[in-house]
Write a protein that binds this ligand. Structure first.
Ligand SMILES: Cc1ncc(COP(=O)(O)O)c(C=O)c1O
Length: 387
């Protein structure tokens, strides 16, 4: 049988990262290629206790095993709304919030409800492959704006807004970007916001790493600057509680959330209710901020070990970022070198990295940059792998 797949799917290649995962069955390979949180960051005991209580209670267990509503578990919606408002000044009267199956689903559904085939989404170059592939699956054209040390190249962004067809969204991972670790400065956030307003385009701000700062000062999110209802904000519990729970959220103007609710109904009906209950109960009983403070400490330590190793061992023709949070370094080979070739050399030396080609809006381009992750490897593996 010959299988004829849809046009939108035929453009999608298996994620280079997942492909690299497949090569990691060899336990002697040191992996800097994952985007996973450290297993040390999971509150295993606390989640075990909450789970037991849910299943010891006839009412709670029935609730956890039954269908639920698409918008999300209402105590969790209230907790997330309050936390976003009180801690980050996110959420206006015109906004609402839906609990999604990870941030990934919020990104996918945003594109689904807003974009038609051949519309354009402006992304950072490089950007998160999971989002790029979600956008591609709707037949959308992607345009990558070069990322500088303090965020997107604003001139290039305005030029794209002026010249590209039907631009629907500016997609930005404003804080501790995946894959580069770069944080967009406040000045650039304001410029991006004004340009979006001027050209009547929505912003999708994807912020799964924003709470993982271990040095420097917090910068207000684009969503907290939103007085006109032009920013859609995607958040996640993946990097601050557990990635396997698949609990994220989308905060956006009410008409957008209403459409996302309808789109989610044809997708997975609702986010896993058991894990929404766990998330809610964890926030109620324990101090989430204290828990996150421990994760920041852990990643700050691991980041420093990788930075020290890079500084003391790596040829100075290789440039690297100095992250103030998140879980990634971005390194650049000298001009003319290709990171895809370098990744093969690394694998032959039992180290896995992700070549920057995986994060580009254009498939098949050469790219000297590559991504290193420090949340997953042990301290010894970081030193040995970098050396
Ligand atoms: C930038 C970015 N956005 C979104 C996601 C999706 O995360 P999740 O669906 O686990 O919330 C990730 C995951 O690595 C990411 O790096």
């Amino acid at each position: 049988m010959e299988y004829n797949f849809s046009r939108s799917m035929s453009n999608l290649k298996p994620s280079a990262i997942r492909e690299i995962f497949k090569s990691l069955t060899d336990p002697s390979i040191i992996s800097f290629s994952a985007g996973n949180p450290s297993v040390e960051s999971f509150p295993v005991k606390e989640i075990g206790e909450i789970s037991k209580e849910i299943f010891d209670s006839p009412t709670l267990s029935a609730q956890a095993l039954q269908y639920s509503i698409t918008e999300g578990y209402s105590p969790l919606i209230t907790q997330v709304k309050n936390r976003l408002k009180n801690k980050f000044n996110i959420g206006n009267d015109f906004d609402d919030l839906i609990i999604t199956s990870g941030g990934q689903q919020g990104i996918d559904l945003t594109c689904k409800i807003l974009c038609n085939e051949n519309d354009t989404i402006i992304c950072e170059k490089p950007s998160f492959i999971g989002s790029l592939n979600a956008f591609r699956s709707y037949g959308v054209n992607l345009y990558g704006v070069e990322l500088r040390d303090d965020g997107m190249d604003i001139e290039m962004l305005e030029n794209a807004l002026k010249t590209k067809n039907n631009v629907k969204l500016i997609y930005t991972i404003s804080t501790f970007q995946n894959p580069t670790g770069i944080t967009t400065s406040l000045e650039k956030r304001k410029q991006i916001y004004s340009l979006a307003k001027k050209y009547n385009v929505l912003i999708l701000e994807d912020n799964p790493y924003g709470e993982l700062r271990f040095s420097g000062e917090d910068i207000p999110t684009l969503k907290s600057l939103d007085t006109e209802g032009i920013v859609i904000y995607s958040g996640s519990f993946s990097k601050i509680l557990s990635a396997g729970m698949r609990v994220g959220f989308l905060c956006a103007p009410k008409p957008i959330i209403s459409k996302v609710v309808v789109a989610k109904q044809t997708n997975d009906v609702h986010t896993n209710i058991f894990f929404q209950m766990i998330c809610s109960e964890f926030i109620k009983r324990y101090n989430l901020d204290d828990h996150i403070a421990n994760i920041r400490k852990l990643y700050g330590r691991k980041c420093k070990i990788m930075l020290d190793s890079l500084e003391s061992t790596v040829d100075n023709r290789i440039k690297f970022t100095r992250p103030e949070g998140g879980i990634f370094f971005w390194c650049s080979l000298p001009e003319g070198y290709d990171s895809a070739e370098f990744a093969k050399v690394c694998i032959n030396n039992k180290v896995a990295i992700v070549p920057g080609t995986a994060f580009l809006t254009e498939i098949g381009q050469s790219e000297p940059g590559f991504r290193l992750n420090y949340s997953m490897p042990t301290d010894d593996e970081i030193v040995k792998g970098i050396t």
